[in-house]
Design a protein around this ligand. Structure first.
Ligand code: ADP
Ligand code: MG
Ligand code: ZN
Length: 616
């Protein structure tokens, strides 16, 4: 489920149903229904037997025929006086001029008309056709982007949201002061466009919301509509790009048509990069359909005057502004960008508060601590965290959501579900406690390290345990000292195992990976190695159609490569030795910590400080 789906689910709004296609389907079903009912309940006619013409003349001579019906000049149906079956049909092999006088002569009632079951025959003949059409109809219904809309290409995806009394406003969006400030202007314009036109001011037609997934771009667009109290049309970029060529362009046309009809309004195009990528770029040549759609979008955006009576503002969201076609960003189109940023500690706290309004909370919730314990989480992830916490509380049959539930929800999101049922041997538990204890203890003896949050030997996901630190504040850049200490902490597990068991386990795999990665960054990118100098080795290339995969371009000699490896190794070696030295010195404390971990499974910073007598 994407963030977007999540958002849609939570919002108490329903997109307008497409009544037309429902009606069409209904009529279709009624017709088919009547047809089959008629077929099954047709009057059961006594069987008619076809007899030869000679038999017929024989019966005629015997005066065994009571009446006949002449269907056409080759077919006669009739009734026998006696004999089973009484109904017969015969085909006349040649034009017999004597037949009619002969019938008259024998006093037989003669009727004209058509075969009495011809209606049924027609219906039967039509059956394969009807089944065929029904098949095609349903095929098209189920085609991608169909939903009964195959007959009305391009008309179906515009969603007008009507809020059921609960409007989303800026108050529902925590933080984002800068973005709100910029969007205030849009709101003011939609509310009272005349004030602006009188001054001859030009209001942007298109505003691009730029931000990482889950930062609240969609939410922000809805809030703008809510604040201005205007209609809101929502369409996702991927809705435009369909199987059929031309659908996207016609959907764009429809979207703007709807907008014009409902002005003043907001048209929101989510995930603009799905249609708006640079034209003619990428592997495998251009995508005709996408380019047509994009062209149509450009045409439509140019097609209305920004300051005319029908005030329409187009908002669009993307997390990849770098891949957008430059034509989209030209003045008069999406010429204004509003950054929707990842929340910082304070904002995370606000988001937590907004989302916990709807759930019953125990009094002891420490929002500040929770916010600090969720670095790097987006708004959507925090909303998810609150939901998970409520689920944990419900599962435990509590009346209130407690801090414990939040902690558990957080661990689940970061590390996977706690696996309390996993059978672990005593020896393995002891080793895990030593390993995690090693990580945890180092936090107290390194001066640049963040404080410890907690340490646990309850397995989460694939990890057997974990030691988490708690940054005091979000940081956007790190000092060399911090990174060096971080690498030392990474080696804490491995070193502790080595110290107590002589041999190490596979549990250190992730730690070693992390440490190596950081050391490599230090040398190759961050200029933190004195020998290799502040030089960027290897260019990161990000081809625009490969998405997240980063291809590293090697632009240095073999000689340099060797030196880089030596530098990385030196950093790692030094960190490892520091970890080993510290743990060796505090061996007694480590053992004490590990023993306590085996008993309690999870220890917080405070509990460890009390246990080991370490002052804050
Ligand atoms: P995006 O469109 O940027 O991917 P969404 O707008 O879909 O993100 O955000 C998903 C959900 O995350 C929202 O519905 C909301 O519940 C929550 N959310 C994100 N940012 C915020 C915020 N700043 N304040 C409150 N809730 C937020
Ligand atoms: Mg979104
Ligand atoms: Zn570890």
């Amino acid at each position: 489920m994407t963030d977007n789906d999540k958002a849609k689910q939570k919002l108490p709004l329903k997109p307008r149903k497409n009544n037309k296609s429902n009606l069409l389907a209904l009529i279709f079903f009624v017709i088919v229904g009547i047809f089959f009912a008629a077929l099954f309940f047709r009057p059961v006619a006594p069987a008619t037997q076809t007899i030869s013409y000679s038999t017929f003349t024989h019966f005629l001579d015997q005066k065994n025929i009571s009446k006949v019906k002449i269907i056409d000049n080759r077919t006669i149906e009739g009734t026998l006086k006696n004999g089973i079956p009484t109904l017969f049909r015969t085909y006349i092999p040649y034009q017999d001029p004597a037949l009619l006088p002969k019938l008259m002569e024998n006093d037989i009632a003669i009727e004209g008309g058509s075969a009495n079951n011809s209606l049924w025959r027609i219906l039967l003949e039509l059956t394969p056709w009807i089944i065929g059409f029904a098949f095609i109809y349903f095929m098209m219904r189920n085609a991608p982007g169909g939903g009964g809309k195959a007959f009305q290409f391009g008309k179906s995806k515009v969603k007008k949201y009507e809020d059921n009394g609960k409007k989303i406003t800026f108050a529902d969006v925590a933080g984002q002061k800068d973005a709100k400030y910029e969007l205030e202007e849009v709101v003011a314009f939609l509310k009272d466009s005349e004030r602006f036109t009188r001054m001859g001011a030009k209001i942007p037609k298109g505003v691009l919301l730029v931000g990482m997934p889950g930062t609240g771009k969609t939410l922000m667009a809805r809030a703008v509509a809510g604040e201005a109290n205007v209609s809101y049309f929502h369409m996702s970029g991927s809705d435009f790009v369909e199987m059929f060529v031309g659908v996207g362009a016609s959907r764009v046309r429809d979207l703007f048509e709807q907008g014009r009809k409902n002005a003043p309004c907001i048209i929101f195009i989510d995930e603009l990069d799905a249609v708006g990528r640079t034209r003619g770029a990428g592997y495998g040549g251009g995508h005709d359909e996408r380019e047509q759609t994009l062209n149509q979008l450009l045409v439509e955006m140019d097609g209305f005057e920004a300051n005319s009576k029908d005030s329409i503002i187009i908002l669009a969201a993307t997390n990849r502004p770098d891949v957008l076609d430059s034509a989209l960003l030209r003045p008069g189109r999406f010429d204004r960008q509003v950054v929707v940023a990842m929340p910082d500690v304070k904002e995370r706290e606000e988001i937590l508060k907004i989302h916990t309004k709807k759930i019953p909370l125990a009094n002891e919730i420490d929002f500040d601590r929770l916010a600090r314990a969720t670095p790097g989480m987006s708004g959507a992830e925090i909303a998810n965290l609150v939901n998970e916490a409520a689920l944990f509380a419900a599962r435990r049959n509590r009346d209130f959501v407690t801090m414990e539930d939040f902690e558990e929800a957080r661990d689940k999101i970061l590390m996977g579900v706690a696996r309390t049922t996993l059978a672990i041997s005593e020896k393995e538990r002891k080793m895990t406690a030593i390993h995690e204890g090693g990580h945890a203890l180092l936090h107290y003896f390194l001066k640049n390290a963040d404080p410890l949050h907690k340490v646990t030997i309850v397995p989460h996901g694939r990890a057997l345990g974990m030691a988490m630190s708690l940054p005091e504040a979000d940081s956007y850049s790190r000092t060399k000292g911090w990174i060096e200490d971080r690498i030392v902490i990474c080696y804490g597990g491995w070193s502790a195992e080595k110290l107590f068991y002589e041999e190490t386990t596979t549990g250190a795999k992730q730690d070693i990976q992390q440490a190596t990665e950081m050391a490599r960054h230090m040398v190759c990118e961050w200029g933190m190695d004195d020998d290799m100098g502040p030089i960027a080795y290897g260019q990161e290339e990000e081809p625009i159609f490969v998405g997240k995969e980063i291809a590293r371009h090697k632009d240095y000699s073999e000689e340099t490569a060797k030196n880089l490896d030596i530098a990385v190794k030196k950093i790692l070696n030094k960190a490892k030795e520091r970890a080993q030295a510290i743990l060796m010195e505090h061996r007694i404390e480590l053992e004490k910590l590990a023993d306590e971990l085996i008993v309690k499974e999870t220890l917080t910073d405070e509990e460890i400080r009390i246990l080991l007598g370490i002052e804050k």
